[in-house]
Design a protein around this ligand. Sequence first.
Ligand code: NCD
Length: 331
Amino acid sequence: MNSDKPLHILKADHFDRPFLEYICKLTDHIRRLDKTKDGLMYLRGLLAHRRAMLYFTQPSTRTFLSFQSACQILGIATSEIRDSSTSSERKGESAEDSLRTFSSYVDLIIMRTPIPGFCDKIAASLDETPRPVPIINAGSGPDQHPTQAVLDIYTLMRSFRTSGGIDGKTFMMVGDLKRGRTIRSLSLLLSYFDDVKIIFSSPPLYRIDAALKDKLHRGKLKFVETADFEEVLPTADAIYMTRVQDEYDTVKGESAAIDSSKYHLNYEHLSLLKKDCVIMHPLPRRGELDQKIDSDPRAKYWRQERNGMWTRAALITKVLGVDEHILLPEL
Ligand code: NCD
C-alpha cells in the first residue's frame, strides 16, 4: 500500500494471518484495559482528538452500536447518517459527493451500504483527493462483511484456545450461503489457517456462489457442499448459523418458496453435537436457531456479539495509527 494513503478495511481478502493474530492480541489488551477506570480513561484519551462518521444506509443494530461503542471507548466523537432520505441525497446529491463531504469533517468513515463494491469505490476515489480518510466497510450488500469476520475469528480463537486453536478444525456453515456476506468473509479468513475444513450446508438454491468457490479453490482450505444437515452435525467443531437474506430477493416471495426448515438448529440437535462444539450466529436470528439453545454452554453468539465491540475498537486503533499505544502499558 502507498504509504501516504490511509489503511482501509474493505474486504477479507486483504487480510492475512499475522494481521488477524495482531488484531486479536490488540483486542485482548483493550478488553483488559476496559476492566479498570484507569484503563478506561487511558483508552478514552487515545483518540479524543479524532472524529468519525457512521454512514449506515442499510438496517443495522449490533454493527452500528458496536462501532459507536468502540468509538466511545476510544474517545472518538461520532456523527451519523442512518437514512439517506434525511441527507442531501434527497436533493439529488450523489452518495459519492455525500461521502466526499464527510471527509471534510471527519477522520474516519465507517459505512454500511446495500451496494456491493461501493466501499472500495469510495475509498479509491477519496484516495485521489487532498484529504483521503480511511474507510471501514461495515457490510456491503451481499458482498462482504470484513469486520464481522474478524470478530468471528476472535471468538473462534478464544473458544479454541485450550484445544489447539483454529488449525485443524471442521466448520459447518448453514443457511443462505448464496447471499450471506458473513459466511463469505469468514470463509476467506478461515482459508489463512492450516488444515481447516468447511462443510457448507444449505438448500440447493442457497449454495455458495461461483466467485467464492473459485477463491476457496485457490486457497489451501478444503470444503464440501451438502444438502445434509443433521447427518453432518456430529462432525463439526463449530457451527455458524445464518438467516435467510430475503432483503435481496429479486422476485417477490422468492425466499418464501424455499423450504429452509431442514436447516434449523433445534434444541433436540444438541445431543448430536460434539461436547465442545462452538455454536455461532452473526445475528439477527429468526427460526433457524432455537432460543432454547441460548443457555447451553456451547452457544457463543452473545459473546460473539460483544466481541464485536472490542475487535472493532482494535481495528480502529490500527487504522488510526495508535495501536502501538494499546500494547504499551504493562497490563
Ligand atoms: C449480519 C449482516 O448484517 O450481514 N448481521 C450483522 O452484521 N451482525 C447478518 C445478517 O443480517 O443476517
